[in-house]
Design a protein around this ligand. Sequence first.
Ligand code: IMP
Length: 198
Amino acid sequence: MKETLKICVATNNEHKMGELRNIFKGYNIELCSLKDLNIKADPEENGETYAENAFIKANEVAKFTSLPVLSDDSGIKIDAIGGLPGVHSHRFAEAFGGQEKTNNFLVKNYPNSKAHFTAHFVLLNLTPNSRNDFEGIMNGHIANSVYGNGGFGYDPIFVPEGYECTVASLSAEEKNKISHRYKASKAMLDYLIKEKYL
Ligand code: IMP
């Protein structure tokens, strides 16, 4: 039997970590968080794309571990505001006085606008000095009001294509079958299987 593939996930976001653990369950992979490995890293995400920010995070964490490092940079683009907040999704909500205020503002001003969640993964050091990128997108629109108790971030205001309720109203299992994070994970798993790591 093949050895379990151990991967360090370069995030301090417990929600992302939880979703990734659920999505990768059942595969011969062990995801280790920064907390598990006692790594303290919080690099400044000053890139202009999801790919740049994902690389900044993975590259910083790779200085502290010999394991392959996976980083997920994600966000939401809203068509009615020219694709904002996009790569600035986290900072945008902070600058706006918190996620709740931001979500209330967005549903009031941009209901029904098309919107897109993206997750960009950078996987470093699967082999020494290697870099692999994987991306997933979930299309949908902004809801008319804020509702649902699941998920995190912008989930209570995002209605995925083909659905009539927000992501936050779906169960965790349902979200993890359709989300941008699931799609990026699936691309990564397909690659790992093709290359016989799994
Ligand atoms: P970062 O990738 O740590 O820069 O932060 C991404 C930000 O985008 C998060 O803080 C959330 O606000 C938002 N975001 C990313 N993925 C999701 C998701 O699956 N649901 C809701 N919001 C998300």
